[in-house]
Structures are given as structure tokens and as C-alpha cells.
Design a protein around this ligand. Structure first.
Ligand SMILES: Cc1cc2nc3c(=O)[nH]c(=O)nc-3n(C[C@H](O)[C@H](O)[C@H](O)COP(=O)(O)OP(=O)(O)OC[C@H]3O[C@@H](n4cnc5c(N)ncnc54)[C@H](O)[C@@H]3O)c2cc1C
Length: 477
């Protein structure tokens, strides 16, 4: 009888792991178990009454690098090429990003000329921060917070305005707690290898082998900065589901895993409450904190390490306005914590993807709320009502973008514990998990946003790597 691999979690990581398992020349029996009724995890797209698309989770995927190319390859393999909505390099959403500081929007400088010019909110041209970076010695610690690393290499303004905002935009997190080594590994590696981040980025880390396809070549030729799908990004998990089912993968929905136990022959029993599954190997693509609760006593040290990988919540407020205009054209703006502790940033969805505006077209923006403001409310056990988030988001849109009229449509979702936090020393947690799994020879492989990257591309890659580890084959490009 062939092996059975059970994949826990039907978010994009679990779907990607199942996808790569199912495409092996001699695939094992694959069972994907999802706790909710819907696949896709945080990837969720909702259609408004006028046909407009509202993304409740991710809204854009980057095509750059080997990971970006592999995701595009998967898109082609799934037959979704004609659904792709690119943001081409010459588009304002590719060229303009803003910071909201001191009550005003400031365009982030681009190109060499931009770096030489004074660029508020920074007091001096960023060229000077670059010069400082080039002559700063290499750090000696095995890890450092993003804030400390940036302050040491690029100065306090870049740390407290630019990197603080970036950490809020990508991780909804605090740059004074997040790890440079785990959150921005390319910056950490560039310093380690070339002593300077700028030198490292200029000289490059050497190109890793990349797949090739017509879509990948098009993305390169047109310098796409990101892309979405016509019907919203949830089209991707839906297409993966159709593909998996056609390949004989059992996809179970509405079946939360409630425990894992090891049997005498080294096989797993996966408890689903009223029934169970036997597995030769498990790929876990549920959050680390969830897995830590499912593991048996034999794996207590692993459970302890995983339980320390926490996540923060984000309130996503999608707003649509009739007859309104934005003061600037770009991807969106980020807000440093010193300016507004509640608003992480606002994405100008209609600029990047006007095709999703509905009919008649309405201006769509998404306000992301979180940070210390939300953490404090959660810690105090406050009532987190829809009205609270809607009011906060409308105020931010009015103050920061001049959108003072009430929105014609509004969606409010509080995503609890949705973004894992790679805090200082995260790499040690991963190392102790890896060592435990190797020493105990546990047939368990970890995938998902909890470990080595939260972006959709990172999650897809983690699923791919997990599948190849289980299959015992080397991933090709
Ligand atoms: C608001 C927001 C905006 C984002 N924006 C972007 C963006 O623009 N671009 C980008 O690249 N990335 C973005 N991200 C990040 C990215 O979307 C996520 O990191 C990624 O989707 C996580 O995928 P995952 O499969 O690892 O985890 P999840 O999506 O969390 O999937 C885990 C799955 O496991 C299931 N599960 C949990 N417990 C059990 C159980 N006991 N039994 C069975 N199943 C269980 C859950 O229901 C879920 O479906 C964003 C994230 C958020 C929250």
C-alpha cells in the first residue's frame, strides 16, 4: 500500500504543499484537512453589489525573484494566465508609495536623483544615509531588532520613519521587537556577506535558478511590480482546489484537527473529533501556535518552541466612495507609529486594479488598523465592535486622504492573530524545532507563514519545499 500524507490547513501553504505532492511522478495518497468550510485561509475576496472586488486579506503578489517566478509558473499551470491583472512598471501604483508624516503625504524618493534631493519627511537627502551605510562596520550579533539594525546602519530617521512604517505595512508589527535576520533576511545576509547592505544589494546574492514561461517573461519585460487576479486573489485557492480534486487529492473542509497521536509503528493518528485519519507523514500548514496545541506529549519540547511564535491581529476596513478622487496616485501610504498608533496604512486599491472597481466604478481604498492601539484594546478586553473600526477607518481616510463624505459601501473584518511575528531570536526557535524533528525522526514537516516569510510567495514556497522534503526529491527551479 502507498504512503499517506495528511496536510493540515487549507490556506495557501497547505494548498501549495498538496499541489506539489499531487504532481510528483508517483504521488502518495494526499488528504488535505481544513478546519473551516472555505479554502484559502487569509486569502479572501468578496464581491460588492456593483460587482467591485474587495480583498479582505492579501491584494497583490510580487512577481520578482525566483519565488515570484515560481508562483507565476503555478498560475500558468492552473490555466489562470488570462485572469492576471498586472501592475506594470510605468504605472503610478508601481512608481509611487507614500508616507503619512506630520499630517501630510510624502512621496518616497525613487532613483538616484530622488536620493540626492531633499525629501521630506527626512531632514537630509537620503544620499547621506546611504553614505553612512557604506562606511558602517558589520554588526557582531547573531540577530538584532529591525530598528536597531536600521538605526546603526542608516540613522535614526530612516529607522523611525521608513523601517517602522515598513514593519507595520508588512508584519503589522513593531520594528523595535521584530528580527532583522528573520523579517528581512536579504538585508541581514547582505551585511554579513558584503559588510554593507547597499553593497550587498548592488552586487547581488547571485541569481538562483529561475523557471521560465511566457507569463514570467512578460512580467520581466513589462517590469511588473505586482499582480492580482480579475475575480480577486481567492481565485487562486479555488483553482488549486479544482486541480487537487482532479488529481485525486481528498480535500476535507469543515473538519478541524483536534489532536495528533503517534502510533507504535511510527505512524500518526489525526483526530477529527468524531473520526480519525492514519498518516505516514504530516505536513503542518496551520499556524505554529495551533500545531503546538495539537502535538502529543512525546513532542512537548517542539510544542514549547512553537507556542512562542505569536501573531498579531489586524482590522481590515474596505471602503468604497462614489464620485470621490484621491489627492495622489500610487500604491498607497504607510503611517509610522509615531504619527498614528492605530492606522498601519491605506492601500489605494482602485489605482492598482481599476478593473475591480465595479459598475459604475467607485473608488476603493483599504484601511489597515492594528499596532499598539489594537493590542492595547485586546489586552484590556475592550469590546471590539464593527462601529469602532469603521469610525476609526473613516476618520483616517478623511484626515489622511481628504475622503470626507461617508462611504457608499464598507466592509469591516477583525482578523485575529493573522500575522505571525518573527521577533528577536526567531531563528533560534526554528533551529530548535528543526533539531527536535531530526533527532526524534518525527514524520512531520512544517510549512506556512509562521516560519520563514509571511508573503503569499513565501507561503507557496514553504509548501513546495515541504512537499519535496516528504517526497525525498530535490526541488528543481
Ligand atoms: C490583512 C492581510 C493582508 C495581507 N496582504 C498581503 C499582500 O498584499 N501580499 C502578500 O504577499 N501577503 C499578504 N499577506 C500575508 C499572506 O496573506 C498570509 O501570510 C498567507 O495567506 C498565510 O497563508 P498560510 O496558508 O500560511 O496560513 P493561513 O492562511 O492562516 O492558513 C491556515 C489554515 O489552517 C486552517 N486551520 C487552523 N487550525 C486548523 C485546525 N485545527 N485544523 C484544520 N485546519 C486548521 C485555517 O482555517 C486556515 O485555512 C496578508 C495577510 C493579511 C492577514
Amino acid at each position: 500500500m502507498g504512503r499517506t500524507v495528511v496536510v493540515l490547513g487549507g490556506g495557501i501553504s497547505g494548498l501549495a504543499a498538496s499541489y506539489h505532492l499531487s504532481r510528483a511522478p508517483c504521488p502518495p495518497k494526499v488528504v488535505l484537512v481544513e478546519g473551516s468550510e472555505r479554502l484559502g485561509g487569509w486569502i479572501r475576496s468578496v464581491r460588492g453589489p456593483d460587482g467591485a472586488i474587495f480583498e479582505l486579506g492579501p491584494r497583490g503578489i510580487r512577481p520578482a525573484g525566483a519565488l515570484g517566478a515560481r508562483t507565476l509558473l503555478m498560475i500558468s499551470e492552473l490555466g489562470l494566465d488570462s485572469e492576471v491583472l498586472p501592475v506594470r512598471g510605468d504605472h503610478p501604483a508601481a512608481q509611487n508609495r507614500f508616507l503619512y508624516v506630520g499630517g501630510a503625504l510624502h512621496a518616497l524618493p525613487t532613483g538616484l536623483r530622488g536620493l540626492l534631493r531633499p525629501s521630506p519627511p527626512f531632514s537630509k537627502p537620503l544620499f547621506w544615509a546611504g553614505l553612512r551605510e557604506l562606511i558602517t562596520p558589520r554588526g557582531k550579533d547573531p540577530d538584532e531588532t529591525v530598528h536597531s539594525f536600521t538605526q546603526r546602519r542608516l540613522g535614526p530617521e530612516v529607522a523611525s520613519l521608513a523601517m517602522d512604517s515598513l514593519c507595520r505595512g508588512v508584519f503589522a508589527g513593531n520594528s523595535r521587537e521584530l528580527s532583522i535576520r528573520s523579517c528581512f533576511p536579504s538585508l541581514f545576509q547582505a551585511e554579513q556577506t558584503h559588510r554593507s547592505v547597499l553593497l550587498g544589494l548592488l552586487l547581488g546574492a547571485g541569481r538562483s535558478p529561475q523557471p521560465d514561461s511566457a507569463l514570467i517573461r512578460q512580467a520581466r519585460a513589462e517590469r511588473w511590480s505586482q499582480w492580482s487576479l480579475r475575480g480577486g486573489l481567492e481565485t487562486l485557492p479555488q483553482a488549486l482546489n479544482t486541480h487537487l480534486t482532479s488529481r485525486g487529492v481528498s480535500v476535507l473542509r469543515g473538519r478541524p484537527v483536534c489532536g495528533l497521536s503517534l502510533q507504535a509503528e511510527g505512524r500518526w493518528k489525526v483526530s477529527l473529533g468524531d473520526s480519525s485519519l492514519d498518516a505516514d507523514h504530516i505536513i503542518s500548514a496551520v499556524p505554529a501556535s495551533v500545531l503546538s496545541q495539537l502535538l502529543p506529549v512525546e513532542a512537548a519540547p517542539l510544542a514549547r518552541a512553537l507556542s512562542t511564535i505569536t501573531a498579531v491581529s489586524v482590522a481590515v476596513v474596505n471602503l468604497q466612495y462614489r464620485g470621490a478622487r484621491l489627492p495622489v496616485q500610487g500604491f498607497g501610504h504607510l503611517v509610522p507609529s509615531s504619527e498614528d498608533p492605530s492606522t498601519l496604512g491605506i492601500v489605494y486599491d482602485s489605482v492598482a486594479f481599476p478593473e475591480q472597481d465595479g459598475s459604475p466604478p467607485g473608488l476603493r481604498v483599504t484601511v489597515m488598523l492594528g499596532g499598539s492601539w489594537l493590542q492595547t484594546l485586546e489586552a484590556r478586553g475592550c469590546v471590539l465592535s464593527r462601529e469602532l473600526f469603521q469610525q476609526q477607518a473613516q476618520e483616517a481616510a478623511a484626515t489622511q486622504l481628504g475622503l470626507k463624505e461617508p462611504p457608499s459601501h464598507c466592509l469591516v473584518h477583525l482578523h485575529k492573530n493573522c500575522i505571525p511575528q518573527y521577533t528577536l531570536g526567531h531563528w533560534q526557535k526554528l533551529e530548535s524545532a528543526t533539531q527536535f524533528l531530526a533527532a526524534q525522526r518525527l514524520p512531520l514537516t512544517l510549512a506556512g507563514a509562521s516560519y520563514e516569510g509571511v508573503a503569499v510567495n513565501d507561503c507557496i514556497e514553504s509548501g513546495r519545499q515541504a512537499a519535496f522534503r516528504v517526497l525525498g526529491t530535490e526541488p528543481n527551479s
